[in-house]
Write a protein that binds this ligand. Structure first.
Ligand code: IMP
Length: 180
């Protein structure tokens, strides 16, 4: 059954205004340095697109995909589609839809760091620090949120709702686990 919308967390205008601010911050931080934005398919694509357009310096983009080992530890993931190009010597921004427990981001940071980028930082649309299990350095964040399950702007529930232009809280069965 498709879950119902409980409340709107952020409207499209609020999201785009905040992304514009963060985009300016990133532009100042990396001015004069070629920046590469990297995100995880599929959820991160929506935020990456909006963020890239809010950044005032030229950027490159690249994508990877991960899959989790169902039934195993949460956060135990592997790369199912790798980046197209090497990242050695590059300034890299890992663009996340949400950092929740931090396990996925930690895995990605470690994997990418091993490839020798010049710098590596995280920019996330949503940050839910209350559920963090491992510490990860989040340099840029649009919104800090509480423990409600959120969809829209790339975030999904069973692959649905990614195309919503706002961020909303849905009502769903508590027994259901958070998925990719
Ligand atoms: P983490 O490894 O626990 O930080 O989880 C990160 C991933 O869990 C995100 O990239 C999302 O795919 C998923 N996730 C966590 N919370 C939510 C949510 O509220 N809505 C949709 N997806 C979520």
């Amino acid at each position: 059954m498709t879950p119902s919308i409980e409340r709107i967390l952020y409207t499209e205008d609020q999201i785009r205004a905040r992304i514009a601010e963060v985009g300016r911050e990133i532009s100042h931080r990396f001015r004069g340095r070629p920046l590469k934005l990297v995100t995880v398919l599929k959820g991160g694509v929506f935020f990456l697109t909006a963020l890239a357009q809010a950044i005032e310096i030229p950027v490159k983009v690249d994508f990877l995909a991960i899959s989790s080992f169902a039934g195993h530890n949460p956060g135990l993931v592997r790369i199912s589609k790798d980046l197209d190009d090497p990242i050695e010597g590059e300034d890299l921004l890992l663009v996340e839809d949400i950092v929740d427990t931090g396990l996925t981001s930690r895995y990605l940071l470690r994997t990418l760091a091993a490839r020798g980028p010049n710098s590596l930082a995280i920019c996330t649309l949503l940050d839910r620090t209350s559920r963090r299990l491992v510490q990860v350095p989040v340099e840029f964040r649009c919104f800090e949120i509480d423990d409600a399950f959120v969809v829209g702007f790339g975030l999904d529930y069973k692959q649905l709702f990614r195309n919503r232009t706002d961020l909303v809280v849905i009502r769903r069965d508590n027994s259901e686990a958070r998925g990719q």
